[in-house]
Design a protein around this ligand. Structure first.
Ligand SMILES: [Fe+2]
Ligand SMILES: [Fe+2]
Length: 379
């Protein structure tokens, strides 16, 4: 037996047991797979914690044969078989079964692998950042989404992984680009937002995986170390030939208008405008994603969280544009309320974005007037 973490794997090793996602719901690579850099990256992408692998010669001596490996994302979608009396597929199931989602998932995996390789090379060797090569796979993703609202439907269904750095950075780039589009910014600014979203957490690459994914409470020392990531990141890229707004975002994406942010407690105009937009995308993605220490939170819980502080902490135009459009992006989704009622979001309340109106059967539930009810989950 040779149980090891993904970071201990080396090219040439062979899996002696099937490798599953952390939740155990999906097989990523079968027993007998000979690992190469791409397959090791795939395991990391899906948040696989541990696998059972041995050296190639040992596998040959034990007669473990290599299967024909088809990556999970390249498998054709399972045909939807309607059974009589079976419940209707949920909105999420329909998104997952769509060819657009299939393509999005493959493009996302490609973007993840290429981003992880590029960023590690830059950090390890100090080689110049090639922003074009970095952003190209993200633009492929943006163009495969057929409209900004779709990105959120896609991202919401792509929560099988637990990755606080690489996948998160791609998500933030996509969301920041979307906010820029909703604000009708110029193409050059959209590109800056995409670059800044991708690089904002580059400082975390230098921190140990165990620290970033620690379950349970962090010590004060650990908290301080994690909160140094903006400075670590800025130091890593300050001499690179990239736009100053992007560098500023790396340093300032945790600053808040009221001075409550870090590391320098900057206020209002002291904070770069690009960093202010990326900050919104960052909070939204971090809270709606699964982390090893907590489950993903419902988007409407996060919308409420951002709405509470909207005008004190964030840029007013960016945050109001974001709240209006993100809540609008979920119109048509089915949801479950905190009392168990299920229904469909049919109308966004512009005075209170976290409280849309839900139709459940013949009943219309205005959540602004029923504050005791919350949207617990999209279904
Ligand atoms: Fe950060
Ligand atoms: Fe972040």
């Amino acid at each position: 037996m040779a149980i090891m973490t993904v970071s201990q794997l080396r090219e040439g090793m062979v899996l002696i047991e099937d490798a599953y996602t952390a939740s155990g719901s999906q097989m990523i690579l079968p027993r007998g797979t000979r690992l190469d850099a791409q397959r090791i990256a795939r395991l990391a992408f899906y948040g696989v914690k541990q696998v059972n692998a041995i050296a190639e010669q040992e596998a040959a001596a034990q007669g473990i044969e290599s299967p024909d490996v088809t990556p999970v994302s390249a498998l054709p979608a399972a045909p939807a078989i309607a059974r009589p009396g079976a419940p209707e597929p949920s909105f999420g199931d329909r998104v997952k079964a769509s060819p657009e989602f299939k393509k999005f998932k493959m493009d996302f995996e490609d973007a993840f692998i290429s981003y992880q390789r590029n960023i590690n090379e830059v950090i390890r060797t100090g080689k110049p950042l090639d922003m074009h090569a970095m952003t190209e796979p993200v633009y492929d993703l943006i163009h495969s989404c057929y409209g900004p609202s779709n990105v959120f439907d896609m991202l919401h269904q792509l929560r099988d992984y637990d990755d606080a750095t690489y996948a998160h950075s791609i998500n933030v780039a996509l969301i920041a680009h979307n906010i820029g589009e909703w604000m009708h910014l110029e193409e050059d600014d959209l590109e800056l937002l995409t670059q800044a979203g991708l690089l904002h957490d580059i400082g975390k690459v230098t921190l140990p995986h165990e620290l970033l994914n620690k379950q349970g409470d962090l010590t004060n020392e650990e908290k301080t170390r994690i909160r140094m990531h903006p400075q670590f990141g800025y130091k890593a890229i300050e001499n690179q030939k990239i736009n100053q707004h992007v560098k500023n975002t790396v340093l300032m994406h945790h600053e808040r208008n009221d001075g409550s942010g870090y590391p320098r407690h900057l206020k209002m105009d002291q904070i770069d405008p690009v960093a202010k937009i990326v900050a919104i995308a960052d909070v939204y993605d971090a809270m709606t994603s699964t982390r090893s220490y907590r489950k993903a939170l419902s988007p409407f819980f996060v919308i409420e969280y951002i709405e509470e502080d909207a005008l004190q902490k964030y840029d007013a135009q960016a945050v109001l544009t974001f709240l209006e459009n993100i809540s609008g992006a979920y119109v048509g989704n089915r949801v479950r309320l905190s009392d168990g009622t299920e229904g469909e979001i049919i109308y966004v309340n512009k005075n209170r974005f976290s409280c849309p109106t839900i139709r459940s059967g013949a009943e219309f539930i205005d959540l602004d007037k029923r504050r005791e009810l919350k949207i617990e989950a999209l279904i």
